[in-house]
Design a protein around this ligand. Sequence first.
Ligand code: XMP
Length: 369
Amino acid sequence: MYVLEPKRFVDNIIEELRVRYGDANRVLAAVSGGVDSTTSAIIAYKALGDKVIPVFIDTGFMRMYEGVKVKEMLRNLIPLEVVDMSEVFYRRIEGLSDAEVKRKVFREVFYQVVSDIAREFRCEYVVQGTIAADVVETLGGIKTQHNVLTDEFMGRYGFKVIEPIRDLYKDEVRAVAKYLGIPELIVNRQPFPGPGLLVRTVGLFTREKLDVVVKATEIVEEVLGGHGISQYFPAAWEYEVLEEGKVCSDVCIPYKMFKVKATGIKSGGRVYEPIALVEGIEGLNYYTVYRYFSEIGVSHVIVQITDRGVGKYFVSVRAVITEDFMTASVASIGVELLRELASKLAVIDGVRAVGYDVTPKPPATIEYE
Ligand code: XMP
């Protein structure tokens, strides 16, 4: 079996970047604070020195105070500039509902912003942290990863991309990051999607709903951190019910179907279907309950933990265990911990009910959109 040697990889890629881009004028490195983009920026910085300008673009869909925190964590490695572009993103995305439309508009705004910043700093190249899984998922038609670009797309924005870790998988990136001396907190950080909290503000984008997601993210990361879960986060949408019904196999399970849709995978392709809510039945194994729904076209199945009966939003907690993020199982979190989590989430302004997502990937994707 092939095992990547971090030192050899880093030495080779630095050499390659020097040969290919040594004559470049300046290079912009877009750093999000995730392990992929941070590793890419540091490799580029080691190869090309202060030709490289590392910039954290605050899209408005990041965690609370993320820019300041990332700048501080990387202060001994790269001189990071934080640029707040949130208003530009909000204005373009407000009022959009469809998952793929939101992803595509986000990507367009993101690269327009990158292109404007690159022009401002006179950079002809942009370093970004695309990894192998991003390419595989986009080419496989599951969803539009924001950072996988076509030649036509790049031509439009007037810069070329440098992708030092495009051939690596996540575990290999982490090994390289560790070798480079990137802080543990970033090396082992759970992945955060490029479009950020936008793909967790499910359905119609509003700033109010985003605010719920931002607050819920703080809570979920604090309560579920350190439990060995690969990825854990909340999402929010309106508590609006499309229909109620029952699915029966050995037992009958009553459910509510939310109006909002989310992304799933069926027969290897993308589906975009409503989300089912199960209110809890004594003795039921919730980790198998999603199977009951395979016939009726739902993308995710959520088990309700708490319902206050008033409030506009539903908050879903997603926690998965995975090696490669291409498939994932649901983390089995104890009932006590789930209740503690739900009680903290339910007091966020506007939240009516909280549930735990029990759908593996496939048939759901890890993110909702
Ligand atoms: P899905 O939702 O496709 O997620 O099962 C698989 C992994 O990829 C992350 N993800 C993204 N990462 N840009 C990224 O850089 C994106 O557009 C994007 N969408 C999903 C997701 O968080 C999970 O770790």
